[in-house]
Design a protein around this ligand. Structure first.
Ligand code: PLP
Length: 454
C-alpha cells in the first residue's frame, strides 16, 4: 500500500523545512503541513490518511487521461530499460522523439509540420519567443523584437514567461522582468468589459486597441503576438466571438507571428486536440503545448511551428545557428509517454467524451448562476470556473480578506472534491474521462459548498 510507505507527521516536517513549493505565500503556509497525496486512479486521488477526492483540477489542468494508466507506466519502464536517454543536439535522435514529432504534425492545423521539444510550458514559451525573434531576424527584419501580449495572461514562471504574462499579483516589485520587450493589451474578459459595451463592441474595442498598438510601435518593430486562445488561470475567459480571427488577420497583414499558448487547451480540454483552429477558427504560426501532451505522467512540452517559419530559419546560411535547445529536448521516455497518451486519447475517443461530458458540465454549472454570490459561470467544456461577487448587479468584488474561493474550495475538499481557488474564482479542469454521474457530483458538491459558506 503506497499510503503506508511513510509517516505523514515526518513527511510534513520534511516538506515544510526543505521543499519550497511553487507559489508559496509564506504567511499562509499551513501549520499542519501540506496535503500529502499518495495514490491516483481514474479521476480520483487519495491522501495519506486514505481520504479519496474527485480531482476536479486534473492535477494542474494536466491529467487528461486520468491517473493509474498501466500502459503508460509500462511504456516508461520499457523505454527506460531500452534506452533511457539520448541527446538530440544537432544530428542525433531517438525513435520516440521522431515518431512523436511526426504524430503531432499529423494532428496539428494544416501547415504546422515542425516541432521543437522542451520540458515544460514555461520552457516551451521561451522556445517560441526565441524562435519568433530568430525567424524575424533571418528574414531580414532584425528590428522586430517587441512581443505583444494581453493582461490576465499566464505564460509560465521563468523570467521570460513572467515578462510576457501579466496576471494580477504575478508582477511584483521584487523582480525586474525583461525590460522593453513586451506590450500588454486589454484582457478579452467579456464579463468585466466596460459598462454599456455590447460583446460586439468589446471585440471591436480589443481589435482596435491592437491596431493602434501596431501603429504606435511600428509593425517593423514587432516580432509576435502571444495569446492563450482561452485565458486559463487569468480568469478562464472565452474570448468574444470572432476576436481571435480578427487579431490573427492583423498579425498576418503586419508580418507579426501569432503564437498560440495551448499549454492548457491542447489535447482535449475543449473537445479538440488543438483548440486554435477547431474551436476558434485560427491557424497560428506557432503553437505551444505541454500538460495534456503527457497527461502529467512526465514533464514534456512541444512547440509546433509552420512551414513558413521553418522555410526561413532553415534557409542556407553558413553562419546561422538556431542556438537553442535543452539537454532533455526530445527525451525518449517523455516522448514515448506522449505517443502512448495520444494513442489512448484517440483509442478511447476522449475528445468525444470531453465534448459530451463537457457540454453537460457547462449545463449543470450554469444552474449555480442563480446563487446570490455567483457573478458568472463560464468556460467551455472541461475548462470551467465560477466567479464570486459581492453584488451581481454591480459585479463588485468581495474584499480579498473574505477569501471566498479558498473557503468554498476547502468546503468542497471536506466533501471529497478538489476545485482550484484562483483569486475570486473556483476553477475546474477535470480529466477527460469524467462521466456524467461525476458531473452531477461535482455540480452538487460545489453548489452545496457555496450555499454553506455564504
Ligand atoms: N502557459 C499556460 C497557459 C499555462 O497555464 C501554464 C501553466 O499553468 C504555462 C504556460 C507554464 O507551464 P509550466 O508550468 O509547465 O511551465
Amino acid at each position: 500500500q503506497a499510503s503506508n510507505r511513510f509517516n505523514p507527521e515526518d513527511l510534513w516536517k520534511k516538506d515544510h523545512d526543505h521543499f519550497l513549493h511553487p507559489y508559496t505565500h509564506f504567511d499562509s503556509f499551513k501549520e499542519e503541513g501540506s496535503l500529502v497525496l499518495v495514490e491516483g486512479e481514474g479521476c480520483y486521488v487519495k491522501d495519506a490518511e486514505g481520504r479519496r477526492y474527485f480531482d476536479g483540477i486534473g492535477g494542474m489542468w494536466c491529467v487528461n487521461v486520468g491517473y493509474g494508466r498501466k500502459e503508460i507506466a509500462q511504456v516508461m519502464a520499457e523505454q527506460a530499460l531500452q534506452l533511457c536517454y539520448t541527446t538530440t543536439f544537432v544530428d542525433v535522435t531517438n525513435a520516440p522523439a521522431a515518431e512523436l514529432a511526426a504524430k503531432l504534425a499529423s494532428l496539428a492545423p494544416k501547415g504546422l509540420n515542425h516541432v521543437a521539444f522542451a520540458t515544460s510550458g514555461s520552457c516551451g514559451i521561451d522556445t517560441a519567443i526565441r524562435l519568433a525573434h530568430y525567424y524575424q531576424s533571418r528574414r531580414g527584419a532584425s528590428e522586430r523584437k517587441y512581443i505583444i501580449s494581453r493582461k490576465n495572461s499566464y505564460h509560465g514562471s521563468t523570467y521570460l514567461g513572467m515578462t510576457v504574462g501579466l496576471r494580477d499579483g504575478d508582477q511584483s516589485p521584487h523582480f525586474r522582468y525583461v525590460p522593453d520587450l513586451v506590450h500588454h493589451l486589454s484582457a478579452p474578459y467579456p464579463y468585466r468589459r466596460p459598462d454599456g459595451m455590447s460583446i460586439e463592441e468589446f471585440s471591436d474595442f480589443l481589435v482596435e486597441e491592437f491596431r493602434q498598438k501596431i501603429e504606435s510601435l511600428g509593425a517593423e518593430n514587432i516580432a509576435a503576438f502571444i495569446a492563450e486562445p482561452a485565458q486559463a488561470s487569468g480568469g478562464v475567459t472565452m474570448p468574444p466571438p470572432n476576436y481571435l480571427p480578427r487579431m490573427s488577420k492583423l498579425c498576418r497583414d503586419n508580418g507579426i507571428l501569432f503564437i498560440a499558448d495551448e499549454v492548457v487547451t491542447a489535447f482535449g480540454r475543449l473537445g479538440h486536440m488543438f483548440a486554435s483552429e477547431a474551436e476558434f477558427g485560427i491557424v497560428p504560426d506557432i503553437i505551444v503545448t505541454a500538460k495534456g501532451l503527457t497527461s502529467g505522467y512526465i514533464p514534456l512540452s512541444a512547440v509546433l511551428f509552420s512551414d513558413k517559419v521553418h522555410e526561413v530559419i532553415s534557409a542556407p546560411d553558413g553562419d546561422a545557428w538556431f542556438t537553442h535547445g535543452y539537454t532533455y529536448s526530445g527525451h525518449p521516455i517523455a516522448c514515448a509517454v506522449g505517443l502512448k497518451n495520444i494513442e489512448i486519447i484517440e483509442r478511447e475517443d476522449l475528445l468525444g467524451n470531453a465534448a459530451r461530458v463537457g457540454d453537460y458540465l457547462e449545463q449543470r454549472l450554469a444552474g449555480l448562476g442563480s446563487l446570490p454570490i455567483v457573478g458568472d459561470v463560464r468556460g467551455r467544456r472541461l475548462m470551467m470556473c465560477v466567479e464570486y461577487v459581492a453584488d451581481q448587479k454591480t459585479k463588485a468584488k468581495l474584499p480579498d480578506e473574505v477569501n471566498i474561493s479558498k473557503r468554498i474550495s476547502n468546503e468542497c475538499e471536506a466533501h471529497g472534491l478538489f476545485v482550484r481557488p484562483i483569486g475570486h474564482l473556483d476553477v475546474l479542469s477535470p480529466p477527460l474521462i469524467m462521466t456524467k454521474q461525476e458531473v452531477d457530483f461535482v455540480a452538487d458538491t460545489l453548489g452545496a459548498a457555496i450555499r454553506k459558506v455564504t
